[in-house]
Design a protein around this ligand. Structure first.
Ligand code: KG4
Ligand code: ZN
Length: 339
């Protein structure tokens, strides 16, 4: 048995089955099995996601142990995503983590997926700066859009969040209208690079404070496309790059307006990003531009730690392990889990 504090982390909140091994703040392996099955349905089908997790979980954990070059007997604790997420998906990872921790007789650590997205900014990586407390985080994924104030590792306040669709859903639903496969976010990002972002304009939500709304935006894209297709049935195909660039510009403008407002209101000038949508190149560019323009500092985790992954769960696992914050084998998985 090793004297190192190796922790295994499991992520299964949505449609990615992940396992990672961490030692201190260093990730030794980070394995993700993504589920292709949902592409043809244009979105995640919960029942199919749970079944795929059940198929993937043992091989993914096995792979994570092998890549880290350790044996299961070397593990000191097991961390897993308790929520938020799809219940059927959470139950697979949760049940696996509980059984494994019991059979190895090591502590179990429950992790909030949204906290983990934020704390991914603390994974040890020589090339990446870490924020200091307090800092702001724009958490943007397929299920969430939040601006969070982080006072300490486990003391976080949501300053604003979406009242309807998440930013990732706005990308994916707009993509569906353009007949792009799911998830459309990365495809829109790629096509935007060669499109004109000012060619088309869409409705901007009028929403007070730091909250977000994307449902009106999606409807405005839909009505616009339907109107144009009446005159030209090939409108989408002929304008796909400009449509993508204009849609992306609109979504990023909505996000950046609120980021700027949050910085003004709090006076906090450190802004981190987290969640799958933070992989977006225009968001990254605009945040970096703001460093010169507005004097804030941006923190961007490595790409592999922004979309759903177990490395971020492992990061929280290590922090909780160091503070001996363990959980019981009877802890329930929760679809909604406030940070
Ligand atoms: O965090 P994540 O992997 O899963 C959730 O917890 O939801 O985020 C997935 C979301 C999807 O909506 C996907 O379209 C979006 O992140 N996404 C992107 C990009 N890469 C992933 N959206 C815009 N630009 C990207 N480059
Ligand atoms: Zn996520």
């Amino acid at each position: 048995m090793s004297d190192k504090n190796y922790i295994l982390a499991i992520e299964s909140s949505c449609d990615d089955t992940g396992a990672a091994i961490i030692e201190g703040n260093k990730i030794l392996s980070n394995v993700v099995a993504s589920q292709k099955i949902h592409e043809i349905y244009g979105g995640v089908v919960p029942e199919l996601a749970s079944r795929a997790h059940q198929q993937n979980i043992v091989p993914v954990v096995d792979q994570a142990l092998k890549q880290a070059n350790i044996k299961k007997e070397d593990l000191k604790a097991i961390a897993y995503t308790r929520g938020p997420g799809l219940m059927g998906s959470l139950l697979v990872g949760g049940s696996f983590a509980k059984s494994f921790s019991q059979s190895l007789n090591i502590p179990l650590i429950e992790v909030n997926h949204m906290q983990a997205h934020i704390l991914a900014n603390f994974i040890d990586d020589a090339n990446i700066d870490k924020p200091t407390f307090p800092f702001l985080c724009l958490t943007v994924s397929g299920g969430h859009t939040q601006i969070v104030k982080i006072n300490n590792y486990f003391d976080m306040e949501i300053l604003g969040e979406t009242i309807d669709d998440a930013a990732g859903e706005a990308f994916d639903k707009a993509g569906k209208i353009l007949n792009l496969p799911y998830p459309a976010g990365p495809i829109i990002d790629k096509k935007s690079k060669i499109g004109n972002p000012t060619k088309f304009t869409f409705a901007k939500p009028k929403i007070e404070g730091l909250n977000f709304s994307f449902s009106g935006f999606k409807t405005s894209v839909l009505y616009f496309i339907q109107k144009e297709q009446k005159n030209n049935p090939n409108f989408i195909e002929e304008n796909i790059d400009d449509l993508c660039a204009s849609i992306q510009r609109s979504i990023v403008n909505i996000l950046m307006d609120k980021v700027q407002k949050a910085i003004q209101q709090t006076g906090i000038k450190q802004i981190a990003i987290a969640g799958g949508v933070s992989a977006n190149s225009e968001i990254r560019e605009r945040l970096l531009e703001g460093e010169d323009k507005f004097g804030w500092k941006t923190f961007i985790p490595k790409f592999a730690y922004t979309t759903d992954n177990a490395a971020m769960i492992a990061m929280v696992g290590t922090l909780k392990y160091n503070h001996k914050i363990f959980t019981e084998n009877t802890t329930k998985s929760v679809a909604k889990y406030h940070i």
